[in-house]
Design a binder for this molecule. Structure first.
Ligand SMILES: *Cc1c(COP(=O)(O)O)cnc(C)c1O
Length: 446
């Protein structure tokens, strides 16, 4: 009976739901079928299917879930908010959750980024930052600044504007003719270190590439967009914080805005609340999404500085920032975010994560030292390593084998990574490491 229920949900899904970032044929019944899992409910770090099988959510459901599924504190906040106000338009109206969230986020940047503009998904936040940068320059009489710079291997979302500053061939090539070209500069990926070079050396070398471009073209460049510390979607490429410090100086010197896309790396993921804190800098625009609502509801925002805000402040409507989404500042999503920030404060999450991270790093030692892995790396609550001589369909094989061992993990190409929620207990940490090793050895032996 129960089994029928599971397979029937899967069948129905495949008939009518077009799944994201998925070749649907891979789910069709044939030899190399990748399982589609119909989730019935979630609790803590675990997702459960209709057969009662469970899966440890080691990637926080695409990097969004911070404090587990069905978190009692976030649930309670949302239930309370439901009975007060589910939504109201944010043009001409305002409400408590969006005000409190904006104030608290501003305080987290020492009020340097004191103005928050809201949307619903990460790609939209990136669109907003790009438009705002261009428009701020134009309002200041520098309308010729229309070009953008991104990093090799960057990922900033998949709408047309965000895709233009994304450098992932698979996502970009198909839609290339629709996109406005951006400048692509060297990535500071520490794996590019030559013999005897440190990660800081790689950062300096990559910053020189930015300098060359700014010297030549800076007058036409509005902004550079960067995923600080970890370029996630490209395969958890990590760099030295020095890179951010150097690019900040270059941006100041050449009058180019710095957009930091903290959609994946923000909200404590790299060990500090904002990744850029580790470089002791603030950008001109900071994009947040994913974890900010605890993984509950679609919410994104762009934080910016007073001088940028002032560039739009005028009696002229056309000088104002012309952008809106129907669900801008949705009260439920903002309330989920407030509950999330409260957990950070009450549980001293950044400190307890340091203890969790150390335990998982220790438990992963057999993988770090494994002869078939390279570049084992960790920053905050992100771990990754690259498989050596892996099969072409390594990622799919790994996913399928992981599911068999109650583990939700989706390698990016040959990079295996973990981005777990911030709630794993010791048993879950040790289990995650042991299962990952077992899955890896099984797939590499195949
Ligand atoms: C996920 C992600 C985005 C896009 O966010 P969506 O909500 O999926 O549109 C943008 N930038 C980075 C760094 C991301 O990881």
């Amino acid at each position: 009976m129960e089994l029928d229920k599971q397979s029937s949900w899967v069948e129905r899904s495949l008939r009518s739901v077009w799944h994201p970032c998925t070749q649907m044929q891979h789910h069709a019944p044939h030899e190399n079928t990748v399982p589609l899992i119909a989730v019935s409910h979630g609790r803590g770090a675990w997702l459960y299917d209709h057969e009662g099988r469970r899966y440890l959510d080691a990637i926080s459901s695409w990097w969004v879930n911070l404090f587990g599924h069905a978190n009692p504190r976030i649930n309670a906040a949302l239930k309370d908010q439901l009975d007060r106000l589910e939504h109201a338009m944010l043009a001409g109206f305002t409400h408590e959750p969006v005000i409190q969230l904006s104030e608290q986020l501003s305080a987290l940047t020492d009020h340097v980024l004191g103005h928050s503009f809201y949307a619903s998904d990460g790609a939209s936040a990136v669109e907003i930052a790009l438009k705002m940068s261009f428009h701020a320059w134009r309002n200041g009489g520098q309308g010729e600044k229309q070009e953008f710079v991104c990093l090799k291997g960057s990922y900033h979302g998949e709408t047309i504007g965000a895709l233009a500053v994304t450098d992932v061939a698979l996502f970009k090539d198909a839609y290339g003719p629709l996109l406005r070209a951006a400048h692509v500069v060297a990535a500071p990926d520490a794996r590019n270190a030559a013999e005897g070079e440190t990660a800081a050396d790689v950062a300096r070398r990559a910053a020189l590439d930015v300098e060359r471009l700014f010297v030549e073209r800076g007058r036409h460049i509005a902004a550079i967009i960067i995923e600080p510390l970890v370029q996630c979607a490209t395969g958890m490429a990590m760099h030295d914080p020095l890179y951010l410090t150097l690019v900040r100086e270059l941006c100041d010197r050449h009058q180019v805005h710095m957009i930091l896309d903290e959609i994946a790396v923000g909200c404590g993921r790299t060990g500090t609340f904002f990744a850029c804190e580790q470089a002791a800098i603030w950008p001109d625009f900071l994009c947040l999404s994913k974890g900010i609502s605890g993984g509950y509801l679609p919410l994104s925002l762009v934080m910016t500085r007073e001088d940028i805000y002032q560039a739009f402040y005028s009696t002229d409507v056309r000088r104002g920032f012309l952008h809106s989404h129907s669900y801008t500042g949705n009260p439920l999503a903002c309330r989920a975010a407030l509950a999330t920030l409260e957990i950070f404060r009450e549980d001293d999450v950044l400190a307890t994560n340091r203890v969790r991270a150390q335990r998982l790093t220790d438990a992963l030692a057999p993988l770090a030292q494994h002869e078939r892995t390279r570049h084992f790396r960790n920053r905050g609550m992100i771990w990754a390593f690259d498989a050596v001589d892996a099969a072409p369909d390594f990622s799919r094989q790994f996913f399928s084998a992981a599911v068999e061992r109650e583990l939700l993990m989706r390698p990016i190409g040959t990079t295996v990574y973990m981005m777990p929620p911030y709630i794993l207990d010791d048993e879950e940490i040790d289990g995650l490491a042991a299962r990952t090793l077992a899955v890896f050895e099984q797939v590499m032996a195949a």
